[in-house]
Design a binder for this molecule. Structure first.
Ligand SMILES: C[S@@+](CC[C@H](N)C(=O)[O-])C[C@H]1O[C@@H](n2cnc3c(N)ncnc32)[C@H](O)[C@@H]1O
Length: 261
Protein backbone atom coordinates (compact mmCIF):
# COMPACT_ATOMS: atom_id res chain seq x y z
CA UNK A 1 0.00 0.00 0.00
CA UNK A 2 1.43 3.43 -0.83
CA UNK A 3 1.99 5.95 1.96
CA UNK A 4 -0.63 8.40 0.73
CA UNK A 5 -3.43 5.87 1.31
CA UNK A 6 -2.09 4.40 4.57
CA UNK A 7 -4.80 4.99 7.20
CA UNK A 8 -3.58 6.27 10.55
CA UNK A 9 -2.73 3.17 12.62
CA UNK A 10 -3.90 4.53 15.99
CA UNK A 11 -7.24 5.60 14.51
CA UNK A 12 -7.61 2.23 12.86
CA UNK A 13 -6.83 0.28 16.05
CA UNK A 14 -9.16 2.37 18.21
CA UNK A 15 -11.97 2.14 15.68
CA UNK A 16 -11.57 -1.61 15.28
CA UNK A 17 -11.55 -2.16 19.02
CA UNK A 18 -14.79 -0.14 19.34
CA UNK A 19 -16.58 -2.07 16.60
CA UNK A 20 -15.17 -5.60 16.91
CA UNK A 21 -14.27 -5.82 20.59
CA UNK A 22 -16.69 -3.79 22.74
CA UNK A 23 -19.70 -3.66 20.41
CA UNK A 24 -19.17 -7.30 19.41
CA UNK A 25 -19.61 -8.31 23.05
CA UNK A 26 -22.72 -6.16 23.32
CA UNK A 27 -24.11 -7.65 20.11
CA UNK A 28 -23.68 -11.19 21.44
CA UNK A 29 -25.44 -10.26 24.66
CA UNK A 30 -28.38 -8.66 22.82
CA UNK A 31 -28.68 -11.54 20.31
CA UNK A 32 -28.60 -14.11 23.11
CA UNK A 33 -31.38 -12.19 24.90
CA UNK A 34 -33.66 -12.18 21.83
CA UNK A 35 -33.94 -15.63 20.24
CA UNK A 36 -31.75 -18.36 18.68
CA UNK A 37 -32.98 -17.24 15.23
CA UNK A 38 -31.43 -13.81 15.82
CA UNK A 39 -27.90 -15.09 16.36
CA UNK A 40 -26.56 -15.84 12.88
CA UNK A 41 -28.11 -12.79 11.14
CA UNK A 42 -26.76 -10.52 13.88
CA UNK A 43 -23.34 -12.17 13.68
CA UNK A 44 -22.82 -11.79 9.91
CA UNK A 45 -21.09 -8.42 9.87
CA UNK A 46 -19.76 -8.16 6.35
CA UNK A 47 -20.71 -11.23 4.45
CA UNK A 48 -24.03 -10.31 2.90
CA UNK A 49 -26.02 -13.20 4.38
CA UNK A 50 -27.29 -16.46 2.87
CA UNK A 51 -26.98 -15.65 -0.87
CA UNK A 52 -23.25 -14.96 -0.53
CA UNK A 53 -22.65 -17.77 1.95
CA UNK A 54 -24.52 -20.31 -0.20
CA UNK A 55 -22.55 -19.17 -3.26
CA UNK A 56 -19.33 -19.83 -1.34
CA UNK A 57 -20.41 -23.10 0.28
CA UNK A 58 -21.49 -24.60 -3.05
CA UNK A 59 -18.30 -23.62 -4.86
CA UNK A 60 -15.94 -24.47 -1.99
CA UNK A 61 -17.65 -27.89 -1.66
CA UNK A 62 -17.69 -27.70 2.11
CA UNK A 63 -18.69 -30.89 3.95
CA UNK A 64 -18.38 -32.30 7.46
CA UNK A 65 -14.67 -33.18 7.14
CA UNK A 66 -13.50 -30.07 5.28
CA UNK A 67 -10.62 -28.28 7.01
CA UNK A 68 -12.07 -24.76 6.92
CA UNK A 69 -10.61 -21.68 8.59
CA UNK A 70 -12.38 -18.33 8.66
CA UNK A 71 -9.85 -15.51 8.88
CA UNK A 72 -11.22 -12.34 10.48
CA UNK A 73 -14.26 -14.33 11.53
CA UNK A 74 -15.79 -11.53 13.60
CA UNK A 75 -18.54 -12.82 15.87
CA UNK A 76 -18.89 -16.00 13.86
CA UNK A 77 -22.10 -15.71 11.83
CA UNK A 78 -20.65 -16.98 8.51
CA UNK A 79 -18.85 -19.90 10.19
CA UNK A 80 -21.96 -20.81 12.18
CA UNK A 81 -24.04 -20.70 8.99
CA UNK A 82 -21.52 -23.01 7.29
CA UNK A 83 -21.58 -25.40 10.26
CA UNK A 84 -25.39 -25.48 10.28
CA UNK A 85 -25.70 -26.09 6.53
CA UNK A 86 -22.89 -28.61 6.01
CA UNK A 87 -21.84 -30.09 9.37
CA UNK A 88 -18.32 -28.64 8.97
CA UNK A 89 -16.39 -27.80 12.16
CA UNK A 90 -14.66 -24.55 11.18
CA UNK A 91 -11.80 -22.89 13.02
CA UNK A 92 -12.31 -19.17 13.51
CA UNK A 93 -9.37 -16.78 13.61
CA UNK A 94 -10.04 -13.30 14.90
CA UNK A 95 -7.82 -10.72 16.64
CA UNK A 96 -10.41 -8.88 18.75
CA UNK A 97 -11.07 -10.53 22.13
CA UNK A 98 -14.70 -9.34 22.29
CA UNK A 99 -15.51 -10.89 18.92
CA UNK A 100 -13.77 -14.15 19.95
CA UNK A 101 -15.84 -14.30 23.15
CA UNK A 102 -19.00 -13.50 21.19
CA UNK A 103 -18.44 -16.33 18.67
CA UNK A 104 -17.81 -18.84 21.46
CA UNK A 105 -20.78 -17.64 23.47
CA UNK A 106 -23.27 -17.52 20.60
CA UNK A 107 -22.24 -20.64 18.68
CA UNK A 108 -19.78 -22.69 20.76
CA UNK A 109 -17.33 -22.59 17.84
CA UNK A 110 -13.55 -23.13 18.03
CA UNK A 111 -11.90 -19.72 17.99
CA UNK A 112 -8.24 -18.71 18.07
CA UNK A 113 -7.36 -15.12 18.86
CA UNK A 114 -4.76 -14.22 16.24
CA UNK A 115 -3.90 -11.81 13.45
CA UNK A 116 -4.31 -12.55 9.76
CA UNK A 117 -0.79 -11.28 9.23
CA UNK A 118 0.64 -14.19 11.29
CA UNK A 119 -1.82 -17.09 11.13
CA UNK A 120 -1.13 -19.83 13.71
CA UNK A 121 -1.66 -22.51 11.05
CA UNK A 122 0.85 -24.88 9.47
CA UNK A 123 1.71 -24.56 5.79
CA UNK A 124 -0.69 -26.03 3.21
CA UNK A 125 -3.08 -27.72 5.64
CA UNK A 126 -6.45 -26.05 4.89
CA UNK A 127 -8.94 -27.26 2.31
CA UNK A 128 -10.83 -23.98 2.45
CA UNK A 129 -9.90 -20.54 3.76
CA UNK A 130 -12.58 -17.88 4.05
CA UNK A 131 -11.99 -14.21 4.60
CA UNK A 132 -15.14 -12.16 4.33
CA UNK A 133 -15.19 -8.37 4.49
CA UNK A 134 -11.77 -8.31 6.16
CA UNK A 135 -9.23 -7.23 3.54
CA UNK A 136 -10.15 -3.53 3.63
CA UNK A 137 -9.56 -3.44 7.38
CA UNK A 138 -6.07 -4.99 7.53
CA UNK A 139 -2.99 -2.77 7.52
CA UNK A 140 -0.98 -4.93 5.09
CA UNK A 141 -3.23 -6.51 2.47
CA UNK A 142 -0.39 -8.23 0.59
CA UNK A 143 0.84 -9.92 3.79
CA UNK A 144 -2.72 -11.01 4.69
CA UNK A 145 -3.24 -12.67 1.28
CA UNK A 146 0.23 -14.25 1.41
CA UNK A 147 -0.64 -15.82 4.79
CA UNK A 148 -3.95 -17.14 3.43
CA UNK A 149 -2.13 -18.61 0.43
CA UNK A 150 0.53 -20.22 2.67
CA UNK A 151 -2.12 -22.10 4.69
CA UNK A 152 -3.91 -23.47 1.63
CA UNK A 153 -3.50 -27.11 0.57
CA UNK A 154 -2.48 -27.52 -3.08
CA UNK A 155 -6.04 -28.56 -3.95
CA UNK A 156 -7.59 -25.98 -1.59
CA UNK A 157 -9.69 -22.93 -2.37
CA UNK A 158 -10.18 -19.50 -0.88
CA UNK A 159 -13.55 -17.79 -0.49
CA UNK A 160 -12.86 -14.07 -0.42
CA UNK A 161 -15.32 -11.22 -0.04
CA UNK A 162 -13.48 -8.03 -0.90
CA UNK A 163 -14.94 -4.54 -0.87
CA UNK A 164 -13.45 -2.70 -3.82
CA UNK A 165 -13.51 1.04 -4.66
CA UNK A 166 -14.51 1.79 -8.24
CA UNK A 167 -12.59 5.07 -8.35
CA UNK A 168 -10.58 7.29 -6.03
CA UNK A 169 -12.80 7.86 -3.04
CA UNK A 170 -12.64 9.66 0.25
CA UNK A 171 -11.90 6.71 2.55
CA UNK A 172 -12.46 6.57 6.29
CA UNK A 173 -9.28 6.41 8.43
CA UNK A 174 -10.09 2.83 9.28
CA UNK A 175 -10.29 1.18 5.85
CA UNK A 176 -8.45 0.95 2.57
CA UNK A 177 -10.64 -0.35 -0.24
CA UNK A 178 -8.41 -1.66 -3.04
CA UNK A 179 -9.10 -0.47 -6.60
CA UNK A 180 -9.92 -3.33 -9.02
CA UNK A 181 -6.45 -3.32 -10.63
CA UNK A 182 -4.84 -3.16 -7.23
CA UNK A 183 -6.78 -6.22 -6.04
CA UNK A 184 -5.78 -8.17 -9.16
CA UNK A 185 -2.13 -7.36 -8.45
CA UNK A 186 -2.49 -8.27 -4.76
CA UNK A 187 -4.01 -11.66 -5.58
CA UNK A 188 -1.40 -12.47 -8.16
CA UNK A 189 1.38 -11.33 -5.79
CA UNK A 190 0.05 -13.82 -3.22
CA UNK A 191 0.06 -16.63 -5.79
CA UNK A 192 -3.74 -16.77 -5.98
CA UNK A 193 -5.89 -16.82 -9.10
CA UNK A 194 -9.67 -16.45 -9.50
CA UNK A 195 -11.70 -19.49 -10.56
CA UNK A 196 -15.05 -17.75 -10.16
CA UNK A 197 -16.29 -14.33 -9.17
CA UNK A 198 -19.54 -12.43 -8.72
CA UNK A 199 -20.52 -8.98 -7.51
CA UNK A 200 -22.44 -9.35 -4.24
CA UNK A 201 -25.21 -7.18 -5.70
CA UNK A 202 -25.97 -9.75 -8.41
CA UNK A 203 -26.89 -12.45 -5.90
CA UNK A 204 -30.47 -12.83 -4.72
CA UNK A 205 -32.00 -10.99 -1.76
CA UNK A 206 -31.59 -12.22 1.80
CA UNK A 207 -34.55 -14.33 3.02
CA UNK A 208 -37.55 -12.72 4.67
CA UNK A 209 -36.83 -11.99 8.27
CA UNK A 210 -33.02 -12.16 8.02
CA UNK A 211 -32.43 -8.40 7.81
CA UNK A 212 -35.28 -7.76 10.26
CA UNK A 213 -33.63 -9.99 12.87
CA UNK A 214 -30.23 -8.38 12.34
CA UNK A 215 -31.84 -4.94 12.71
CA UNK A 216 -33.69 -5.99 15.87
CA UNK A 217 -30.41 -6.98 17.49
CA UNK A 218 -28.76 -3.71 16.41
CA UNK A 219 -31.71 -1.73 17.83
CA UNK A 220 -31.45 -3.64 21.10
CA UNK A 221 -27.70 -2.86 21.31
CA UNK A 222 -28.49 0.82 20.59
CA UNK A 223 -31.23 0.84 23.25
CA UNK A 224 -28.83 -0.58 25.84
CA UNK A 225 -25.63 1.28 24.90
CA UNK A 226 -26.55 4.08 22.47
CA UNK A 227 -25.30 6.82 24.80
CA UNK A 228 -21.87 5.20 25.15
CA UNK A 229 -19.06 6.90 23.14
CA UNK A 230 -17.76 3.56 21.87
CA UNK A 231 -21.18 2.63 20.47
CA UNK A 232 -21.37 6.05 18.80
CA UNK A 233 -17.88 5.64 17.31
CA UNK A 234 -18.71 2.17 15.96
CA UNK A 235 -22.08 3.35 14.59
CA UNK A 236 -20.44 6.31 12.78
CA UNK A 237 -17.86 4.04 11.27
CA UNK A 238 -20.45 1.56 10.07
CA UNK A 239 -22.61 4.37 8.64
CA UNK A 240 -19.59 5.70 6.70
CA UNK A 241 -18.92 2.33 5.07
CA UNK A 242 -22.63 1.70 4.36
CA UNK A 243 -22.83 5.12 2.64
CA UNK A 244 -19.90 4.23 0.37
CA UNK A 245 -21.64 0.97 -0.56
CA UNK A 246 -25.10 2.52 -0.98
CA UNK A 247 -23.71 5.21 -3.29
CA UNK A 248 -21.89 2.61 -5.40
CA UNK A 249 -18.43 3.98 -4.58
CA UNK A 250 -17.53 0.65 -3.00
CA UNK A 251 -18.86 -2.73 -4.16
CA UNK A 252 -18.65 -6.18 -2.61
CA UNK A 253 -16.96 -8.76 -4.85
CA UNK A 254 -17.01 -12.46 -4.04
CA UNK A 255 -14.13 -14.54 -5.30
CA UNK A 256 -13.36 -18.23 -5.41
CA UNK A 257 -9.57 -18.51 -5.64
CA UNK A 258 -6.97 -21.23 -5.93
CA UNK A 259 -3.19 -21.24 -5.79
CA UNK A 260 -1.66 -20.33 -9.13
CA UNK A 261 -0.02 -23.33 -10.79
C1 LIG B 1 -16.45 -6.37 8.70
S1 LIG B 1 -15.88 -7.53 9.89
C2 LIG B 1 -16.29 -9.06 9.11
C3 LIG B 1 -16.45 -10.18 10.10
C4 LIG B 1 -16.87 -11.53 9.49
N1 LIG B 1 -15.91 -11.99 8.51
C5 LIG B 1 -18.25 -11.46 8.88
O1 LIG B 1 -18.38 -11.56 7.66
O2 LIG B 1 -19.21 -11.30 9.64
C6 LIG B 1 -14.12 -7.43 9.73
C7 LIG B 1 -13.37 -8.36 10.68
O3 LIG B 1 -11.98 -8.35 10.35
C8 LIG B 1 -11.26 -8.45 11.54
N2 LIG B 1 -9.87 -7.99 11.33
C9 LIG B 1 -9.41 -6.73 11.22
N3 LIG B 1 -8.07 -6.72 11.10
C10 LIG B 1 -7.68 -8.01 11.13
C11 LIG B 1 -6.42 -8.66 11.09
N4 LIG B 1 -5.28 -7.95 10.99
N5 LIG B 1 -6.39 -9.99 11.19
C12 LIG B 1 -7.54 -10.72 11.28
N6 LIG B 1 -8.76 -10.15 11.34
C13 LIG B 1 -8.84 -8.81 11.27
C14 LIG B 1 -12.01 -7.53 12.48
O4 LIG B 1 -11.65 -7.73 13.85
C15 LIG B 1 -13.45 -7.94 12.15
O5 LIG B 1 -13.88 -9.00 12.95
Amino acid sequence: MSEDVEPDEDARSAAQAAEFDTVADWTAQAAAALSPAHRIPAACRGSGGPPALDWLLDRCRVGPTTRLIDVGAGIGGPAAYAAGRTGVRPLLIEPQPGACRAARRLFGLDVVQADALALPIADHCCDVVWSLGVLDTVPDQAACLAEISRCLASSGVVGLLAYVASTDIDEPDTNHFPRPGELTALLSGAGLEPIDRTPLAELGPVPDGWQRRADEVDHEVARRHGDHPLWQQAANQERGVVRLIDTGQVTGQLYLLRRSP
